[in-house]
Write a protein that binds this ligand. Structure first.
Ligand SMILES: [Zn+2]
Length: 694
């Protein structure tokens, strides 16, 4: 079977993130962003596509975290599923469904999958001796067990992997093993499990991957080859645990499906949840199934899950598995335990409205063929020197000049005077579509994005050569106006093309651009790319909108410091979120919510008691340009004569409200101390009334 060229429908999955922590930018760069770019491109092509994702909510790290925090595994996954889902939405990862593996539909689907394989006699039932923690009465597999790595002597290696040197391990290989739950020295005990004999599928896998999918990325193909060359073995598909999908057999009390058995089936369950036509996507040969993952998941998506699908029967197999390598941070491997990471939810707070900038940097620097490094300096440079100075600058210049020299309308193209430079630019526009498209089809997102930005670079160069602002000095000369018209006509058509081409990568930016062009979403259809007739002559366009802002040195410095101070912080974050929830803190808001408040410094000019209302004072407050009457419930705390001349913070855009017949035109901010006393919030020294607060 070879790569499908014209599939009837696309089924795109992105690895299920593990719901025991928030999402970091390495996850985004690894699979969510490339998957989203690909899906947005397919949608712009009007393809039939479903984009499937969800949280992986089973497995050992979740139970360990729950135990350590004294909460239930369900509470752990509820919390992080919500955080991850929100981060995905904020970053514009446009899943058709973002589900979770604790859903009933998934439990049912995964159980049935296992049961069918069991009924078909595809498992081996084996009793083996495994490490057991007598204090917590738990079998210790995978991350339940810690010990010294036999390869690098790391004293905290896990039973399935050493995070320091990356070696895959089994619990038996650990030196001085101890329980991750209690630190107790484990004993050996007999337990029964169901094993999937992968060796039975080795010949088929070799043919399917090594012969049939030579087009897979080198890193993916190479890893599959090395697994297959070293020989496959039976792997246990069940575990001793109470958290997970119960093994659907009568003699399996206290046993659940191995998390890597159930998680990939989550793609099927989520599709079921999304559409009644799920079987069209999963069972018809003319579907193109693509798994986007990080390199640590290659064996599960290229070997184990396809072998499961093949063994079960009736499902399509992945056509491609474009796995990325890892993204390091400032020269060091991402480590969630050391908190060496840039968390997406924190980025969104620190850089509101800059989601596209992160998408841009992570794609421009994507670890597509090797591990790459994210640095805050590079983030700033790419924003300031590529997005602001090249792409944003071209669009802005075009718009400003069009308003200045062409009355804010799309000028005519005077074919008779087209010169060599005009024609060269037209050629560039026409060729751009196939250039970008071919790269996207090959999952070369970094190169594709480069082509788009390069097109705007060419636009800048063209405009620099045509110098419409110099030509304008000859106006009202007719030839001069025609030269200006041609330049701006072509630059505007180029801008429209840029909006279409950038849309899969930077959707918010594309949306701003079509807003400026006053055109409908349909203009972003991929088939329109390469056309130089997207904007009609005489059509009036809106004022320019700034697409990107400069990122300042201080912002970058703050991020680097935050990262370095991080390792201590992680525990605090967890505690803080718990305490915030317990103390009924208000829900988190975005900057835009805060920015809606018009806060001003006011000076109290006069104060008097309101008749028959012992709590109210009527104040006259100077806000610089105007005086306001404000009724405030502070009479029990302040004497009118004491507060005249004091400065206070006023919410100036609060809707007016009548109190005891007096219209109150604003509100004064106070702080309440522990004993209930009220205090004004004031500038630390006297300043002009009316100063804004931000
Ligand atoms: Zn090691």
């Amino acid at each position: 079977m070879h790569a499908m060229n014209d599939p009837k429908r696309y089924l795109i999955t992105a690895a299920l993130p593990y719901a025991n922590g928030p999402m970091h930018i390495g996850h985004l760069a690894g699979c969510y962003l490339p998957a989203d770019i690909y899906v947005r491109y397919l949608r712009a092509q009007k393809r039939d596509v479903k984009f499937i994702g969800g949280s992986d909510e089973h497995g050992v790290p979740i139970t360990i975290r729950a135990l350590k925090e004294g909460i239930t595994p369900q509470q752990v996954v509820d919390k992080f599923h919500a955080i991850i889902k929100e981060s995905m939405e904020q970053m514009g990862i446009s899943f058709d469904i973002y589900s979770r593996t604790s859903n009933k539909v998934h439990h049912d689907t995964a159980s049935a999958f296992f049961k069918k394989m069991y009924d078909d006699g595809l498992f081996e039932e084996k009793e083996t001796e495994q490490y057991y923690d007598e204090t917590t009465k738990t079998f210790l597999a995978d991350r339940y067990i810690i010990g010294t790595c036999p390869v690098c002597a790391n004293p905290n290696a896990y039973g399935d992997q050493c995070e320091k040197c990356g070696s895959a391990l089994s619990p038996e290989q650990l030196i001085n093993p101890r329980s991750a739950l209690s630190d107790a020295v484990p004993v050996k005990r007999k337990t029964k499990h169901w094993y999937f004999p992968l060796q039975n599928y080795e010949a088929w896998l070799k043919e399917w991957i090594l012969e049939g999918h030579k087009e897979w990325k080198n890193n993916v193909y190479g890893q599959c080859k090395s697994w297959l060359d070293s020989g496959l073995q039976s792997r246990a598909m069940t575990r001793d645990s109470n958290w997970g999908i119960k093994v659907p057999l009568p003699d399996a009390e206290g046993k659940v499906l191995y998390v890597w058995f159930d998680a990939p089936i989550g793609y099927i369950s989520a599709t079921k949840e999304l559409t009644d036509k799920w079987a069209d996507y999963w069972c018809k040969d003319d579907t193109k199934l693509v798994h986007f993952i990080g390199k640590d998941n290659i064996v599960f998506h290229c070997i184990i899950f396809p072998a499961m699908l093949k063994a079960h029967g009736g499902f399509v197999l992945p056509d491609n598995v474009p796995a990325n390598e890892f993204l390091n941070i400032e020269g060091d491997k991402v480590s969630t335990s050391r908190n060496w990471a840039v968390w997406v939810n924190e980025y969104v707070n620190d850089f509101p409205g800059c989601e596209d900038v992160l998408r841009y940097v992570l794609c421009a620097n994507a670890p597509e063929t090797k591990d790459n490094d994210f640095t805050w300096k590079d983030f700033q440079d790419r924003n300031n020197s590529e997005l602001v100075s090249i792409f944003g600058n071209f669009v802005n210049r075009t718009w400003v000049l069009m308003h200045k020299l062409c009355n804010g309308k799309v000028p005519k193209l005077h074919e008779a005077i087209l010169d060599e430079k005009d024609r060269a630019l037209i050629e560039e526009i026409k060729n751009s579509k196939s250039k970008v498209q071919n790269l996207l089809e090959e999952f070369k997102f970094r190169d594709a994005l480069y082509e788009v930005v390069d097109l705007s670079r060419k636009g800048n160069k063209y405009m620099q050569e045509k110098e419409p602002w110099i030509v304008a000095k000859k106006l009202p000369d007719e030839a001069a106006q025609q030269s200006i018209d041609n330049c701006l006509h072509l630059c505007l058509q180029l801008t429209a093309n840029l909006a279409i081409l950038i849309n899969p990568f930077l959707p918010t930016t594309a949306r701003k651009m079509i807003g400026m062009m006053k055109v409908v979403d349909k203009m972003l259809d991929w088939e329109n790319a390469g056309s130089i007739k997207l904007l009609s002559v005489g059509y009036s366009l809106r004022e320019p909108q700034l697409l990107f802002r400069k990122i300042e040195d201080e912002e970058i410095k703050a991020q680097v410091e935050k990262l370095k101070a991080g390792s201590v912080k992680q525990n605090n974050v967890i505690m803080e979120t718990t305490t915030a929830a317990e103390s009924n803190a208000k829900p988190e808001i975005v900057y835009d919510d805060f920015a809606k408040l018009d806060l001003k410094v006011g000076t109290i000019l006069a104060a008097e008691k309101v008749e028959k209302a012992d709590k109210l004072l009527k104040l006259e407050v100077d806000l610089g340009t105007e005086k306001r009457t404000i009724v405030s419930g502070i009479a029990l705390h302040f004497k009118p004569e004491d507060i005249v001349g004091k400065q206070v913070v006023v919410v100036a855009n609060l809707a007016p409200r009548k109190m005891r017949g007096i219209e109150s035109q604003g509100m004064i901010l106070t702080a309440e101390d522990k004993s209930g006393g009220l205090h004004f919030i004031s500038p630390e020294k006297l300043i002009d009334a009316g100063c804004g607060i931000s």
